[in-house]
Design a protein around this ligand. Structure first.
Ligand code: C2E
Ligand code: MG
Ligand code: MG
Ligand code: MG
Length: 283
């Protein structure tokens, strides 16, 4: 009896696998046309200076509006795109459109807020990344310091030298660099020493457990201390409550990003959202 139950379970498991594999291929096929068919869009999430209570930057996050499935989250399709070469086309689209939005805001006389884009390892290893970004900045007349790139530790696990060279070249162009999701990968004191990074983003899993779990709290404190000692800007991701914000302020982490301030919003809403955040925090 145990055996037959085991078998039927494995049949169920195989069916589930087959369904998700089929799903995977369908998504991969559709993703191929997402750029041409204008199905991608960008949303922007503010980063807030907890001391001045001002918005000090924005992160661009891609969205894919699928004709029948509706909005797909990047958590679902970025890994698929990374597995093929589609990520290059998608991220080039993101680079152009994030810079175009920045140019549009600047042309309306809005205070320049650096916009960060997320890069995958394939972007880093693509030979003309730095030249491509420099050309876009030139084309849209956007200053390089108005752009930041975010990379994750998984980027340089295998390609440390290459990543180091690319980040250095970006810095030379005037583009700043941030280490995303810090604490989740192989974290990686040697990366911090070797890579030209101006900003450290503490993964949201720390932000969300530090008030409940004293080990998480101590680790977050240690990360903040380390980032400060290295004179990096430290951003806590995934701030959802006032208590988390207050903890960060009290422990030397001075920039926060998360639903407590605002979810990512479409470009036309960004400046209204900024105004609302700053009013609320000033009160
Ligand atoms: P990430 O770069 O670490 O971005 C932060 C993610 O956390 C975003 O998810 C954001 O919507 C979400 N988030 C922000 N505040 C909160 C909060 O308070 N609570 C919670 N639970 N979540 C919060 P999103 O937009 O779904 O993106 C997921 C990941 O997909 C990103 O993580 C990034 O690694 C990747 N990604 C997004 N856009 C791009 C892109 O244009 N290119 C590449 N290569 N990767 C991207
Ligand atoms: Mg990011
Ligand atoms: Mg992150
Ligand atoms: Mg992430």
């Amino acid at each position: 009896q145990a055996k037959s139950r085991g078998r039927s379970r494995s049949v169920v498991f195989e069916l589930a696998m087959a369904a998700s594999q089929r799903d995977y291929y369908l998504l991969e096929r559709d993703l191929d046309e997402a750029v041409e068919r204008n199905q991608l869009s960008l949303v922007f999430q503010p980063k807030v200076d907890l001391i001045s209570r001002k918005v000090v930057g924005l992160e661009a996050l891609v969205r894919w509006n699928h004709p029948t499935r509706g909005q797909n989250s990047p958590g679902a399709f970025i890994p698929i795109a990374e597995h093929s070469d589609q990520i290059l086309r998608i991220d080039r689209w993101v680079m152009r459109n994030a810079i175009a939005e920045q140019a549009n805001w600047l042309s309306h006389g809005l205070a320049p807020l650096p916009v960060a884009i997320n890069l995958s390892i394939a972007d880093i290893l693509s030979p003309n990344l730095v030249a491509y970004l420099a050309e876009l900045l030139e084309e849209y007349q956007v200053p390089a310091h108005a752009l930041q790139v975010e990379v994750t530790e998984s980027c340089f696990m295998r390609q440390l030298d290459e990543t180091q060279n690319v980040l250095r070249a970006l810095n030379e162009t005037g583009i700043s660099t941030a280490l995303d999701d810090f604490g989740t990968g192989f974290s990686s004191l040697s990366y911090l020493r070797q890579l030209p990074l101006q900003c450290l983003k503490i993964d949201q899993s720390f932000t969300q457990s530090m008030l409940e779990d004293s080990n998480a709290e101590k680790l977050t404190q240690a990360i903040v201390a380390m980032g400060n000692a290295l004179k990096m800007n430290i951003v806590a991701e995934g701030v959802e409550t006032r208590e988390q914000m207050n903890w960060l302020l009290a422990h030397g982490c001075h920039i926060g990003q998360g639903y407590y301030f605002s979810p990512p919003v479409p470009p036309e809403d960004v400046h209204q959202v900024i105004e609302r955040i700053e009013l609320r925090l000033a009160a």
